[in-house]
Design a protein around this ligand. Structure first.
Ligand code: RUQ
Length: 642
């Protein structure tokens, strides 16, 4: 067993104590996964401004894959090749980047089922679905009447809906969204919206079913109930004073913002009964067709929206300390934990008390007709002296909660029985989100906690001014938390999900079957390869197999032609992808999985002889997988030859 260095404070020159006194003495063996062995968990970390999702094995922290979602990815041509470009289409045009914050695994019976991963794009409001059989992004839905899309996505407990909430309130009226509005009209014309995407039980396809118009606050995060609170989803809000003061109590509530409680079951019922009005809305719905390996983008023209004043009992507000961030519901579904960045306590609201208060109409007033419950009548307890800057909370299923403290850089463990702090461990530094596998479901694991830290300082070898953010794996199996592992992360992870490997690995697709390939330009045998010219368009039906590309010498292309290379990988060995690139082409490469066809577009801008080749080392004769395309002057009428 490797012997760990001493970890006393004086050993760390840079900041003192950065190694952490709570380091487990056998940390190395706890995270050691021997060569050839697999990790116990898959974890999915959002990439924040990278627009991607990174998949790490836990406990080793080994990076297994980067899945591009909202960002173009030169490594495999996602968003560059013709197959996937439509995935990044929006009502704003082609948007090949986003700020991806929160992954959530799909659910069955209130626990994760390993079928899909839902993620949000903050900047250009979108929700994407990744298929965990192929680890590919297969669907992206743009969210209309939204800006910021931060409180997203939240799958309900049996994947009935994926719920998304706007961050910024937007000028939306019962007639539709206003385009050019004076910002002074905020109070009257700006509202929030919550969107409900219905999920197909078998295939996962999402469909924007309806929206709810909510008060013109700003909204931060949300989470769904479980058990008794399964029908509810809770949203934190801030800047609530911009939307008007509470009727009756007025400004005395100004030290508070609100938790918006939404009965989504009732909302879905109202929508099904036809209570929603249809308003114009432009948004893209993009889907990958598995059989053709081609994405399509459809523009939608309207959306249905429910108005709170027409839908009684659907929405309630609960006061919470000013500027809350995360809201997390414990595995029992009773405790609603609000982490208020600036608050000195962590308030825990009670779902059963909330139900009683609603029954007794124990209100202190209303906002836009939505009843506001009394803080004290809903409060279960306040966690005292938790630390500074609480952001998020996860649970271990053994009666404990773990909250991240951004300002005091620590994870704090507290009890759901007496709401007292039991343990704390320093993290390096400024933790944002934390994650326990299943820690947001009814069945959390109680082994590991992953801290995702915003600031790295001295944790790794310096790499210039820009440093990787840090993940820290913590052992939570005992009374005291123990630090196990540091590992650098990609982009800025805002949240993560993890699931036992056996829920995903056995279903992982090995390859695409050539027989089942329905790509319109698939070429299933070398004898069928050809080059077809039609006006300005040239289609090259190409095959790739160890160790040649066919055709490999192409003439008849002219400057300005639109040349499409449709490359089919004929390999039937599952682990032999081929690549394809052309000198000077404006796109990235193609990476073609065995049995699949991908399309590469090239518009040559000058005459010459252009080499092309396979970019993915595939055999001893990989260097021989190459060819030439001759580009002649426009109008030269050099005949097609190959
Ligand atoms: S949010 S930690 Cu999207 Cu807390 Cu970043």
């Amino acid at each position: 067993m490797p012997v760990l260095q001493s970890c006393s404070k004086t050993d760390n020159k840079a900041t003192g104590g950065a190694t952490g006194s709570a380091l487990s003495s056998d940390a190395a063996s706890a995270v050691y996964v021997a060569p050839g062995k697999h990790d116990e968990y898959y974890s999915f970390l959002s990439g924040g401004f990278s627009g991607q999702v990174a998949v790490y094995g836990l406990p080793s922290g080994r990076l297994l894959k980067v899945i591009p979602v909202f960002s173009q990815n030169p490594e495999n041509g996602y968003g560059y090749n013709e197959n996937t470009k439509p995935m990044l289409n929006t009502s704003f045009g082609f948007v090949p980047w986003d700020d991806l914050h929160h992954p959530k695994l799909s659910r069955a019976n209130e626990t994760t089922d390993g079928r899909w991963l839902f993620v949000n794009g903050n900047n250009t409001p979108r929700i994407a679905r990744i298929d965990l059989k192929t680890f590919e992004t297969v669907e992206i839905v743009e969210i209309p009447n939204s800006a910021g899309n931060h409180c997203s996505p939240y799958p309900t407990n049996n994947n009935e809906y994926v719920v998304a909430g706007t961050r910024f309130s937007v000028p939306v009226t019962p007639e539709g969204k206003l385009q050019d509005v004076s910002l002074k009209e905020y109070k009257d014309k700006f509202r929030g919206t919550i969107s409900f995407l219905k999920v197909d039980k078998d295939h996962g396809d999402m469909n924007l079913d309806f929206q709810i118009m909510v008060p013109g606050f700003d909204y931060d995060l949300a989470n769904g109930g479980k058990g008794p609170s399964s029908d509810w989803i809770f949203f934190t809000s801030y800047n609530t004073e911009k939307a008007g003061t509470l009727k009756e109590v007025g400004a005395s509530q100004n030290d508070k913002d609100y938790l918006l409680c939404v009965n989504w079951k009732l909302a879905a019922k109202y929508a099904a009964e036809g209570k929603a009005r249809e308003i114009p809305a432009n948004y893209a719905h993009n889907k990958m067709n598995h059989e053709t390996n081609q994405a399509t983008s459809t523009m939608k023209k309207s959306v249905k929206i429910l108005l709170p004043e027409e839908c009684p009992d659907m929405l309630y507000l609960i006061p919470v300390p000013k500027s809350p961030h995360g809201v997390d519901i414990d595995p029992s579904g009773e405790n609603i934990v609000i982490s208020g960045k600036l608050a000195s306590v962590i308030p825990v609201h009670s779902f059963s008390k909330m139900q009683t208060a609603i029954k007794n109409k124990d209100y202190i007033g209303d906002i836009n007709g939505i009843p506001v419950l009394k803080y004290e009548s809903v409060l279960q307890a306040e966690v005292k002296e938790p630390g500074l800057g609480p952001l998020h909370t996860e649970f271990d299923g053994k009666g404990n909660a773990y909250s991240s403290m951004f300002v005091s850089s620590e994870v704090v463990k507290w009890s759901l029985k007496d709401f007292k702090v039991k343990d704390r461990i320093p993290v390096y530094y400024s933790i944002g989100h934390l994650m326990i596998p299943g820690g947001d479901t009814k069945n959390p694991s109680s082994k590991y906690l992953l801290a995702m830290n915003k600031i790295t300082k001295d944790r790794y070898l310096p790499t210039g001014p820009e440093l990787a953010q840090a993940g820290q794996l913590i052992d939570i199996s005992g009374e005291k938390m123990k630090m196990l592992l540091d590992f650098p992360l990609i982009g800025e992870p805002h949240y993560a999900q993890a699931i036992a490997a056996e829920k995903i690995a056995p279903n992982s697709a090995k390859m695409y079957k050539l027989d089942a390939n329905k790509h319109p330009y698939a070429t299933k045998k070398e004898a069928d390869t050809k080059v077809v010219k039609n006006g300005n368009r040239v289609d090259v039906y190409m095959t790739a197999i160890r160790s040649h590309l066919t055709p490999d010498n192409i003439e008849g292309i002219e400057v300005g032609n639109e040349v499409y290379f449709h490359v089919t990988n004929l390999e039937q060995d599952w682990d032999v992808p081929h690549g394809f690139a052309v000198m000077g082409a404006q796109n990235a490469e193609l990476l073609i999985m065995p049995g699949a066809t991908n399309t590469f577009k090239w518009v040559p801008t000058k005459t010459g002889v252009f080499p092309f080749y396979c970019t993915d080392f595939c055999s001893a004769l990989h260097q021989e997988m190459q060819g030439y395309a001759r580009v002649s002057p426009k109008g030269s009428n050099v005949p097609i030859a190959f």
